[in-house]
Design a protein around this ligand. Structure first.
Ligand code: PXP
Length: 285
């Protein structure tokens, strides 16, 4: 059966979470974004939170220049709205935000905050943003209000679907399906996201009306595990080479010649634009 194309927006917030844990300049969410795009991501999503717990303003400025399609998740806080008006991302997704929450818990209450949300949508379109999406629960009232407020897209919150099991999860899935049909009939573009992972994504990805999924935490978590072997190899090969190891691949790190172990394949990732080690070219590009 052909379900048509569906876009993947990779949310790289948690690459920045790892960086902010030590206030280092690595791992770099911009570099992670470029790798994600190379690997088939259709767009990059970042959430510039009011408390700046992961993504920083600079990350967004650099991504605006390097990423072909940037989706900025943002609250309707005045300072953040002004930043978005200056950056003009390809898409802005308005999300609710509470400082004490671990992640974006629950959708935006468009019905209850209609005037402010409408004003922000107008301002973003005036600034030149092409698409404004609202992150909402799969609820017809919220979908209707989103359209009235002038949004061109909605992103359905899949958090409850991800957190439930069995009959309850099936009910949630039905709710999301109905909401997706309803929103699409109103002419809204439909995305979905939150808590999706390699196990639970299939039933959501099958919903034809959903054109895009935004997924972050599970992909970054998988990247850590799947990249562990190569990261360990790289450190071990540098350690052995620094004692004059015999089994050598000569490669260059920031202009310094270091001997490495022959089985290592990898990418050096300092926050220096364009500085990337490629095994095939035998050096830094
Ligand atoms: N979509 C929106 C609107 C979000 O706020 C988030 C979390 O920042 C995501 C998608 C991605 O959620 P997760 O990290 O659980 O995949």
């Amino acid at each position: 059966m052909d379900y048509g194309y569906i876009r993947l927006g990779v949310n790289v917030d948690h690459v920045a979470t790892l960086r902010q844990a030590r206030l280092t300049n690595y791992p770099d969410p911009v570099e992670a974004a470029m790798i994600a795009l190379d690997a088939g991501a259709d767009l990059i999503t970042v959430h510039l939170r009011e408390d700046r717990r992961h993504i920083q303003d600079d990350d967004v400025y650099v991504m605006r220049r390097l990423v072909p399609y940037l989706n900025l998740e943002m609250s309707v806080n005045e300072d953040i709205v002004k930043i978005a008006e200056g950056i003009v991302p390809d898409c802005c997704t308005l999300v609710p935000e509470r400082r004490e929450e671990l992640t974006t818990e629950g959708g935006l209450d468009v019905v209850g905050n209609f005037e402010r949300i409408k004003e922000v949508i107008d301002r973003l379109f005036t600034a030149g943003v092409k698409k404004v999406s609202l992150f909402i629960e799969a609820d017809k009232k919220q979908i209707g209000a989103s359209q009235e407020a002038g949004a061109t897209a909605v992103e359905l919150h899949t958090g409850r679907y991800a957190d439930t099991r069995g009959k309850e999860q099936e009910k949630e899935l039905e709710r999301i399906k109905e909401a997706a049909y309803f929103a699409a009939e109103l002419g809204l573009e439909v995305a979905a996201g939150h808590g999706l992972n390699y196990e639970n994504v299939v039933p959501i990805a099958k919903i034809y009306e959903i054109e895009e999924l935004n997924i972050g935490h599970s992909i970054v978590a998988a990247a850590v595990i799947e990249g562990m072997a190569s990261a360990v190899w790289r450190m071990k090969s540098i350690m052995l080479a620094s004692r004059g190891g015999e089994d050598v691949w000569n490669y260059w790190v920031r202009g310094e010649k270091i001997s490495g172990s022959s089985d290592f394949r990898g990418v050096i990732s300092p926050r220096v634009p364009g500085l990337r080690f490629s095994w095939d070219s035998g050096g830094i590009e």
